[in-house]
Write a protein that binds this ligand. Structure first.
Ligand code: ZN
Ligand code: ZN
Length: 166
């Protein structure tokens, strides 16, 4: 769980966090966030959740994050718990885009409010999450490899300086 709040009913492994300085002056990080398999059904943060891969790119203009769910789930699954109620479809198996986040130093649209204490860039941060933004890069990633992800993040990072969604 994030923010240190970990429910007693299940545990989640550690995410190894390393940042690497790039030649262009930005920092990048690829992180594997372990999945979990909780016996409690229903409710946010329980049930089953697959491992996530999160790619980060950070610099003076802010940070961008691309998230992929992997379908890698620890432990057993059964109908209604990681499998569809009829047990027919394994809907969690496919890797899938899980959003593209922008953490900007400047507002990205009219009336955009800043948040303080962003875990990635500190405050003020103008956050903007785009749920479908990772779908296409993740689809291509599976066949073409990781460069697709970094191309998408570099384009998203470039949009931070412009202060508008592209
Ligand atoms: Zn739980
Ligand atoms: Zn932020």
């Amino acid at each position: 769980m994030e923010n240190g709040a970990r429910p007693a009913c299940h545990t989640r492994g550690e995410t190894r966090v390393r940042w690497r300085k790039r030649e262009d002056g930005l920092e990048e990080s690829a992180q594997f966030v372990p999945g979990y398999n909780c016996p409690v059904t229903g409710g946010q943060g329980h049930g089953v959740h697959s491992m996530e891969v999160r790619w980060f790119l950070r610099g003076p203009d802010g940070a961008v994050v691309l998230v992929m769910t992997t379908g890698f789930i620890p432990g057993d699954r059964w109908p209604g718990h990681g499998l569809s109620p009829a047990g027919l479809n394994d809907w969690t198996r496919e890797p899938d885009g899980f959003g593209l986040q922008h953490h900007s130093r400047i507002p990205r649209y009219e009336g955009h409010d800043a948040e303080d204490g962003c875990g990635l860039i500190g405050g003020p941060c103008y956050c903007d999450s785009w749920l479908s933004g990772a779908d296409e890069p993740v689809k291509r990633f599976i066949g073409e490899g990781e460069q697709v992800i970094w191309d998408a993040l570099e384009a998203a990072y470039a949009s931070l300086a412009r202060g508008s969604m592209t």
